[in-house]
Write a protein that binds this ligand. Structure first.
Ligand code: CDP
Ligand code: CDP
Length: 222
């Protein structure tokens, strides 16, 4: 069985993982896994079924009932177009709450591994290089200063017509960073074998180029 190459891009919220990972995938014609979307989908499904984000047992039961499809950058849950619903800050918070439960992470493990198909995969999240694909050909820790990330999230919300308050976003990001790095199950961390890409003073194209070049080098060595 061929193990197709994986590029794992992990990092904190609003560091640019999604934007960068999608472009890296395009550069190599690879599939793209937005693992955060899966946790957001679960938070949303639970919310619509009035299941609490703290109820690990009930959440784990919801996972196998979810029919998830990614099509042309849009997300569908049981046939419903949910892209806009799951992108809200509320579902981002919900995602980070459901993601603390080991039962939930186990239930979503195989779903994520199924994205590994020919000719390869770029996955972004928090534990892609540590838990989902520890044999990834290239691991990247994509990060940026928390104020920079808050400003980016703010601009993102304003540009899509939402209202936003910078101080609230900054505080929410700090809390999310804490929850993601301090949880006992698959916490976000910089792995010793990961390449550090700090985008505080780097644009998306520069970050993509760095990762593309690094992967070309690993591909030559294997
Ligand atoms: O877009 P943003 O970086 O804010 O969030 P996301 O990547 O959509 O992930 C939402 C939440 O899901 C994160 O805050 C994590 O708590 C959780 N998550 C996770 O635990 N493991 C992953 N591989 C991806 C996301
Ligand atoms: O997926 P994640 O939450 O890590 O971040 P994202 O949604 O890809 O990026 C958050 C916002 O920051 C987007 O609007 C990006 O266009 C922007 N960004 C940027 O301005 N400069 C970078 N170097 C990376 C992202």
């Amino acid at each position: 069985q061929t193990l197709w190459p994986v590029i794992a891009i992990d990092g904190p919220s609003a560091s640019g993982k999604g934007s960068v990972a999608e472009r890296v995938a395009k550069a190599f014609g690879f599939h793209y896994l937005d693992s955060g979307a899966l946790y957001r989908l679960l938070a949303y499904a639970a919310y619509t079924q009035s299941v609490s984000w703290s109820d690990a047992a009930k959440l784990a039961v919801i996972v196998p009932s979810m029919d998830i499809r990614f099509e042309g950058g849009e997300v569908f849950l049981n046939g419903e177009h949910v892209s806009v619903h799951i992108r809200s800050e509320q579902m981002g918070k919900g995602a980070s709450e459901v993601a603390v439960h080991p039962e939930v992470r186990t239930a979503l493990l195989q779903t994520q591994r199924n994205f590994r198909k020919a000719p390869g995969l770029v996955g972004d999240g928090r534990d892609i290089g540590s838990v989902i694909f520890p044999d990834a050909a290239l691991k990247v820790f994509l990060t940026a200063g928390v104020e920079t990330r808050a400003q980016r999230r703010y601009d993102q919300l304003i540009s899509r017509g939402d209202t936003a308050d910078y101080e609230t976003i900054l505080e929410d990001l700090r809390q999310r960073d804490l929850r993601d790095t301090q949880r006992s199950s698959a916490p976000l961390k910089q792995l010793p074998d990961a390449m550090l890409v700090d985008t505080t003073k780097m644009n998306i194209v520069e970050a993509v180029d760095m990762i593309v070049e690094a992967f070309k080098k690993t591909a030559k060595n294997t």
